[in-house]
Design a protein around this ligand. Structure first.
Ligand code: ATP
Ligand code: LTN
Length: 337
């Protein structure tokens, strides 16, 4: 009897830090939802990654439940996908140690996320922040992942993951599958920019919440954030690299409405920014309304959320234990029996 072909593996993670926001949705979550039926999916709440910057323990615990409920509210089906908390699966930390020994300091020091975060947290440049991409490589390689849907900012980490896997494979023979990134085009929202500073990426841990639209922001706050978002000189609604603020707002519009840029330009010709911003705000509010309602309902059943995480961790532990045995054997470690 022939075996059913292996379903390809998709894996991604989000750090439970800050407030899940529209950039995370457009750059990552939206693609998770779109691809979930075609792949064997693993979605991870990467709490071990989150502690590379200082976290409040009570907030962190609450946020993990919030994020899980938001994933489901956004359309991730917990019955079809494996959703779990990274710290529930010890192999992530174990494989990280192994991969640390096959990752070069020079490569890590080129990572722009490290440079950005080191600047932002100048008093806490810990070694976890530096080796953060190795933990991410372990997350991915542990499941023989084929596809990793992420925003554009993670491209460099994905390249490092591929390099580390290839280095290990070339020494010990085929061990890890080499993963492919799944990153949309910039115009499709792979890099949503900050509302107040369109030169920097929108970020859910930004200390100024006016820079992002959180998925749980109330309607009035969303309207006010969009109204006060910075704009470029000129008044036309046209997509140009030289006008990053309006290009960003148009990208958010298109990611939600699917309306082409040309059509937006045409509809708002000669009208200026205000009506465009007002329409965008209404659209975002309407888009988030059902997500927020579902979130409220799902979040209120904590025991259901706990059982989703428990089931996810069981599957993930079984998968990763097998892989770790293989890795340790290749390294020449005596089997634990
Ligand atoms: P933090 O500010 O807490 O470091 P973050 O907003 O950068 O977080 P991550 O947890 O690092 O979010 O990323 C979660 C996912 O969202 C990743 O796939 C990342 O690439 C994507 N993402 C983050 N910011 C953006 C953005 N501005 N535009 C598009 N995708 C994004
Ligand atoms: N580093 C990612 C989060 C992350 C991740 C992963 C994404 C951790 N492990 C594995 C994809 C696959 C970030 O967005 N900062």
């Amino acid at each position: 009897m022939s075996e059913a072909p292996r379903k390809k593996v998709l894996l991604s993670g989000i750090q439970p830090s800050g407030n899940l926001m529209i950039g995370n949705y457009i750059g990552a979550l939206k693609n998770w939802v779109k691809l979930q039926d075609q792949y064997d999916c693993f979605f991870i709440l990467v709490d071990l990654h989150a502690i590379t910057v200082q976290q409040d323990p009570i907030e962190l615990r609450k946020r993990c439940y919030d994020f899980l409920a938001l994933y489901i509210a956004c359309g991730i089906d917990p019955n079809k996908n494996t959703i779990f908390v990274q710290s529930h699966v010890p192999a992530h930390a174990e494989l990280t140690w192994v991969l640390n020994c096959y990752t070069m300091m020079g490569d890590l020091s080129r990572m722009t996320q490290f440079k950005d975060k080191a600047k932002k947290h100048a008093k806490n440049i810990n070694s976890g922040l530096f080796t953060y991409p190795v933990l991410m490589a372990a997350d991915i390689l542990l499941y023989q992942t084929d596809l990793v849907p992420v925003g554009e900012d993670q491209k460099q980490h994905l390249e490092l993951t591929r390099d580390v896997a290839q280095r290990f494979n070339s020494i010990y023979g085929e061990t890890f599958r080499i993963p492919e990134p799944f990153i949309g085009e910039k115009q499709q929202g792979a890099r949503i920019m900050s509302l107040q500073d369109p030169q920097s990426k929108m970020s859910k841990s930004d200390e100024n919440p006016r820079n992002y639209i959180a998925l749980l922001d109330p309607p009035d706050l969303i309207r006010s954030k969009i109204k006060k978002a910075v704009t470029d000189s000129g008044t036309e609604i046209t997509y140009e690299e030289s006008r990053p603020a309006i290009a960003n707002l148009m990208t958010i519009h298109r990611a939600i409405s699917n309306e082409p840029f040309e059509s937006l330009t045409e509809r708002f010709a000669g009208k200026g920014y205000a009506p465009f911003k007002a329409e965008l705000a209404d659209m975002v509010v309407e888009f988030l309304k059902p997500i927020q309602a579902r979130f409220k309902e799902i979040r209120s059943d904590k025991s259901e959320l706990e059982s989703i995480l428990k089931a996810g961790a069981e599957i993930a532990n079984a998968r990763t234990q097998r892989l770790m045995r293989k890795v340790y054997k290749k390294l020449g470690f005596i089997p634990a029996g």
